[in-house]
Every structure is written in C-alpha cells, then in structure tokens.
Design a protein around this ligand. Structure first.
Ligand code: GLC
Length: 755
C-alpha cells in the first residue's frame, strides 16, 4: 500500500489534518479519524478547537480526576471508568481518547498533579493500565501520556528533564512500563520536554529502544500538541504522528533528507503503517447510557474519597441542625483547568444533593448549628495545566472561613476539594476532614452519601501530604523560575524521601480512615507467596486497602527504606474475615544498576494499612546478583538536608552545562518569553502576543485568570519551533524573527519577505 504512495504523501500522512483529526487517504483506504481529550471525560469540540479547555465541548460525563481515583487503589473501578469513557468517545465518533496521564507527582505544586494518579510508580502504573483496559475494551483507542518525565508545567514546552538512569527507570518509567505491559494502549503520547537533552519526540532510546524493543509496545506514538522537535530525528526515533495537523512542518527538509540518504524511507513507511493501522481500528458509533455513567461517577467519587480525620462525628445520622458553609458547597471545584476540562453532562453540588440541609453564606449561623460542614480547597487560579503552584497554601479566605466556623462551633467538619496536597494548619481545630480530590460531576451526591453514612469512605492517599511545602525535598529547586528540571532527589520521591529521611508529614502515603476498623493477622511468607487475613472488627461494612512494602537490606546501593510493591482492596461485612495473597516477582526486589539487579540479603515484607502503619512483618532472604555499585555521593545515603548541584552532578557522573541566554546564540528551541529581555524584536513580539491573548479576555491582561495564564504560557513559553507547528506564524516569518533577535536584522528581513 505504501509502495503506491508518493514520498510527499507518506510524510504528510504522518501529520494531522487539523487540530483534532488525522488525514484521510484514498490510496491507503483510510478515513480521517478524530482524537479528543481527556483522562476523566470526553472533550469533543464540535466548533472552535484548542488544547487548553477554553472553547466549548459536547456534554460528557465528568468523572473524578486521577488525583481522586488514584486514592481508590481500585483497578476494577478504573476499568469501569475507562469503559464508560471509551463508550462515550465511541458514541461521539471519536477514535482516540487522549489519556490516561501517568506522570509522577514529583513535587506537590505541579499544576497538573490533579491529572496524575500518584507519587508512586507502581500504584500509578496499575491504575493507568486498568483505565486503558477499559477504554480499549470498547474499541476506542487510548493514549498513554506524557511520555516521559513531564513533571512540571513551568516552561513545559522547552524544559529539559535531567536525571540519572536509575531514577528514570525506577521512578519515571516504571508507571509507563506497567501501563504498556498490562494495559496495551493503542497509542502513546510523547511529552513536550527534553529528557537528558534530547526532545522526547526525537528520542529513539525512549520511543523505540525502551518502549518498543524492551516493553513490546506495538502501537503508534503521537506527539503532544506542538511537541514535535525535529521531524527527521523523530521518524528515526519512532515518533509516528505529529499533532496538531495543518502545518506541513519540515516537509521539504524531510524529503531532502530522504533524497540525501540521511533518512531511510523505510523509517517513514514504518510510521505510515502505524497511522494506517490506527485509522483502521476505528469502530462505528454506538449509543451509551449517560445515566449509568452518572451513577458510576457518583460511586467512583465515593470510593476515592479519603477520610483524613474523624473523632466519631461522621457519619451524621440526623441531618437536622447540619449547616453547609463555603462557596464550594454550591459551586463545586470538581475538575481541573486545561486540556482535560470538559462540559459535564450533569453537575450536582452538595447543596443540590441535600436540599434539606441549610446553607449559610457567612458564620453567623455557625454558633447555632448542631454540625458545621465547611467546603473548601483550591480554586482554578491556584492549580492548572500550564503553570505550577507557588506553594502549598490554600486561598487565605478559605482558611479564614474554616477557622472562623471552628472558633464558633467545635462540631466542625471540612470537605476538601483540591487536585494535590495542601497545607492544613487548621486541621487540629476541626473534628473531621474528608478529602475528595476533584470529585467530578457527581461529587455533591458522593459527598452527601459519605457525610450521611450511605457510603463508607475507603480511599487512601496516593501522595504524601507534608506539613509545609518547605518540607518537600524538591521545594528548594523545583520549577518556580528554573526552566530545566534537575531531578537531584533521584529516587527519593514522596514517601521514599520522607520515611528514609525521617521527615514527619501531616498525612502519609497510603493513609485513610474508615467508619469501621480492620485487623490484620496470620502472615505467611512462603518463597515469593505472601498471604494474610484481614478482618472487619467494626459494626459497618467497609473496604480495606492492604499495602505490601518491601524493606531492602542496607548495603552498597542507596535505597529508600521501603517501597510499595503490591496492594489488595477487599470488601468485608462486619465481623467478616478474608485471606488475601500476593505473588512477588523478582522485580519487586530489584533496583536498576545498568539493568534490573537484586542485591542479596534479608528483605522485610511489610503488610500495612499505610506506608507508616505496618500491621504485619515478615522476611525473605534473596541471594545477591549485582555488579558493582556505582560511586555515589554521601547525600544519597545520609539524606541530610538537601542535595546540592554538586551532589547531583556526581550522581549523574557528568557536569551539567550552563546554557546562558546569549544574543547571537538563540535557536528555535528558545521562547519569546526568554528572548524578550535580550531583544527589542522579541519584546515587541511578547507584548503583541499578550495583546492578542488579552483580546480573548475582554482586552484585559489578567494573570489571575488561569485560562489567561495558560494561554500566555502556551503562546509565549512555547519554543519557536512549536510555534511553527501550531501554525501561529509562517515558518519563514519565525526564521526571520530569530535572525533579527540574534542581531542580524537584514538577514531577518530578507527571510521574512521570502515567500
Ligand atoms: C495539551 C496536553 C495534552 C493534551 C493535548 C491536546 O497541551 O499536554 O495532555 O492531550 O495538548 O489537548
């Protein structure tokens, strides 16, 4: 088939037709197919298209985001959600649903943490795989994203994720590996950033050697929207589809590279074959049951909620005398801002779900209430795709409301809606705290089901909640003005750091309460088979998540004191007991040392109710099989203070070259935002971009508006080459501007005038 296509035709087939569609091709016998976001709901834009969730999309079920479902630890639930998502995509004639996102919550302030499952790659990978199995079961293709190491929003289009290979393998690839091997996604989306200096779109090690040759992925790799760097290198690397379409990006250069023998036509044919195969997978639309999906969204939100504190005030048996406080009781924060933002089929607030419960605008009603429930959390301007949070603080007015109500009435409960951990200095002043993440369209119903005892909370935190952002290891050097991401912390992410360094947290990874209680007993460790008994010792039915951690022997390799290796979620009636069992693979004991290796010694096998709450402990002796441990700076063993740049370079085994911004040395990698302080041309360009974006917001340059900030980040913080792909400006105009910015005005003007 490809033999009947011209080279030009083949190259163009590997780029989209428009923002959301691929190209049809008569020779190949394929139709154009539609790709749409997102990970927790279908965002199909029938009219104006964008990648930031700004223009309207068709109504779709808004499920809880991954920050919530990550706390469910429930693979079956994620498969049910994925199935519903796939059904809605299919019903709308959408062939590919862009998600799930499985990037690791490296730092609690990452703007997109709401879209990601966990700080732990095993938990993230298992839930992502379950989501993918659901979507793919309906005939809709999924797109595992963002591959890889896309762990900050700041300058995401041009940032370089720099890390050692062990950290990459153990922390930032393992989630993708599990999702690929156990989910079999039809597609993978490569990230905007570079990985150790090479753009993910051009990265053969990532897209072919690891993804395909090692993990067995046989689908299509597409770029994130505007993530293509060098189309020639990308064909060689195994990056098949450039999205969005419409720019003919590097068409001439690619054809010349084939003619000069610098690019094999067979590399292009390989990608063409994958584009054709994906298009041919598309299934005919079938209707789906939106009411059933609403019920599922309600169940999912209830299953994902985490009871962080409860002295017995919950569940409330008698609603009379309960008063709701806080704007979020009426106008819920139920999803995140950005490309995942959808138009919910139905949105139910807590006040909608409990019309018989009084709502108070202020605290005058607090004193007389029997129980006060304050709805609080983070609002869109605090966390979003496109930018990171500055810290972990909640909006001051919401902290003030919580404290004012608690001061008036000791019977105060807080319902917390946010996409990532927040500081909770008020926690000791209230009697119960229910964290619901971003709970989706049915969040109001689910919250009332939990508050009034129709459901029993069973979620457990999928990320650590430090007491303050300063306690987070990365807080001294993460994003916040630093373009390149130096993963100095290595494998010490989340609980791997807090527990190893003995830093106390407010609530630990894997923590969550229930309205009942559970007893763990009868641990048996037989070879790699581990089993134990879990019993419901309370008076109401409930689900318990039992977590299995390994505790490696100390030795020549630095290692976290404990790491999650498996988990089980079990439903138990009051008094009921069940035996659960685990099969531990060799990988459960391995670390990466230029290959997966198992240091010999005695490993602790911990069965726990949280990463800190160990209920049963056993051991397994493993024979050693490792090559020599690399020389490693002391910090990675002692964990005293924070790692320095020198520690990091020693861990890497190389110096990290400084990349000063210098007039005359600007490239298509640089952004308008970076160059505007070094070039009048770019300063003018930046204010022109600001003015253009502001037009969409009533002419106001409103940086307090998350959508404005996202638009500015994607317009002015995108590399000049990404601007070529997004069709922002003609290629030759951008070439000319870069020449002028580099101090060659005449050459620049000649380029800009060239047709
Ligand atoms: C965005 C996001 C990606 C999304 C795509 C299309 O920039 O990074 O997750 O699927 O573009 O909207």
């Amino acid at each position: 088939m490809t033999s009947e296509m011209t080279l030009r035709e083949k190259i163009l087939l590997c780029e989209g037709e428009s923002f959301w569609h691929t190209k049809a091709n008569d020779t190949a016998g394929i139709d154009s197919i539609m790709l749409c976001d997102g990970p927790h709901g279908l965002r199909k834009q029938a009219a104006a298209a964008d990648m930031l969730g700004i223009n309207e999309s068709v109504p779709a079920t808004c499920f809880p985001t991954a920050a919530a479902t990550g706390c469910s630890w429930d693979e079956e639930l994620l498969t049910e959600i994925g199935t519903a998502l796939g059904e809605e995509a299919r019903a709308e004639g959408v062939a590919v649903l862009l998600g799930p996102g499985v990037n690791i919550k490296r730092d609690p302030t990452c703007g997109r943490n709401f879209e990601y499952f966990s700080e732990d790659p095993y938990l993230a990978g298992k839930l992502a795989a379950a989501h993918i199995r659901g979507v793919e079961s309906t005939g809709t293709a999924s797109s595992l994203k963002h591959f890889a190491a896309n762990s900050q929003e700041y300058k995401r289009f041009s940032s370089d994720s720099v890390m050692d290979e062990r950290t990459l393998r153990e922390i930032y690839l393992t989630g993708f590996e599990i999702a690929v091997k156990e989910g079999s996604p039809s597609t993978v989306m490569c990230a905007y950033n570079k990985l150790n200096g090479v753009h993910c779109s051009d990265n053969k090690m990532l897209l072919t050697d690891i993804l395909r040759s090692e993990w067995g992925f046989d689908g299509l790799v597409m770029t994130d929207w505007g993530a293509m760097s060098d189309r020639i290198a990308a064909f060689k690397a195994g990056c098949d589809l450039n999205m969005p379409g419409g720019s003919d990006y590097m068409l001439r250069e690619t054809m010349e590279a084939v003619e000069r023998g610098e690019l094999l036509e067979s590399d292009i044919d390989r990608s063409v074959g994958r584009v054709i195969a994906l298009a041919k997978k598309k299934q005919a639309p079938v209707p789906c049951d939106m009411e059933a999906h609403y019920a599922l969204a309600r169940k999912a939100a209830a299953e994902s909620a985490v009871l962080l504190k409860n002295d017995g005030i919950l569940p409330v048996s008698d609603k009379s005398g309960v008063v709701f406080f806080g704007k979020m009781a009426k106008e819920p924060r139920y999803q995140g801002a950005g490309s995942s933002h959808i138009n919910p089929y139905r949105l139910i607030s807590a006040c909608d779900a409990a019309p018989d419960v009084k709502y108070a605008e202020d605290v005058s009603e607090a004193r007389s209430a029997k129980i006060c429930v304050v709805f609080a959390g983070l609002t869109d301007e605090y966390e979003s795709e496109g930018f990171d949070r500055d810290n972990m603080k909640m909006p001051p007015e919401q902290v003030a409301l919580i404290e004012a109500v608690a001061a008036e009435n000791t019977n105060t409960v807080v319902v917390l809606s946010c996409g990532s951990a927040v500081e909770c200095p008020w926690a000791d002043k209230v009697r119960a705290i229910l964290f619901v993440g971003l709970p989706g369209e049915a969040g109001g119903d689910a919250i009332c089901d939990l508050l009034f005892g129709r459901a029993n909370p069973c979620g457990k935190l999928a990320e650590s909640w430090p007491l303050s952002y300063e306690d987070a290891l990365t807080s001294g050097y993460y994003a916040h003005g630093k373009k390149d991401a130096h993963y100095r912390e290595g494998v010490y992410v989340g609980y791997r750091y807090y527990m190893s360094a003995g830093v106390p947290v407010r609530w630990e990874f894997g923590y969550g309460l229930s309205f009942t209680s559970f007893e763990y007993s009868d641990l048996k460790v037989d070879g790699k088979t581990v089993s134990c008994t879990i019993k419901n010792t309370g008076s109401v039915a409930g689900k318990e998540i039992a977590e299995l951690y390994i505790e490696p022997p100390r030795g020549d390799f630095y290692r976290p004191t404990r790491e999650l290796r498996d988990f089980r979620k079990v439903y138990l009636e009051p008094g009921e007991a069940k035996i659960i069992s685990f099969e531990l693979s060799d990988r459960a004991f391995a670390l990466w040392n230029d290959g997966w290796q198992i240091p010999g010694g005695e490993y602790g096998i911990l069965i726990a109710a949280s990463s800190e709450d160990v209920r049963l402990r056993g051991t397994i002796i493993r024979p050693g099989s490792t090559s020599a441990a690399p020389k490693t700076p002391d910090w990675y063993f002692a964990l005293k203070g924070k790692p320095t740049h020198a520690d990091f370079e020693a861990l890497l085994g190389r110096k990290i070259p400084e990349k000063p911004l210098k007039k005359g040395e600007f490239t298509m990698e640089n952004t308008v935002a970076e160059m505007r302080n070094h070039s009048l041309m770019m300063k003018i360009m930046y204010s022109a971009v600001e003015g253009t974006v502001a037009k969409g917001f009533g002419g106001k340059k409103d940086y307090s508006n998350p959508e404005f900030r996202m638009m500015m980040a994607s317009a002015a913080d995108a590399s000049m080459s990404a601007m070529k792909i997004n069709g922002a400006m003609k290629n030759y105009v951008l070439d000319g501007m870069l020449a002028i910015a580099n101090g060659h005005p005449l050459r620049g003007i000649r380029l800009m005038l060239k047709k």
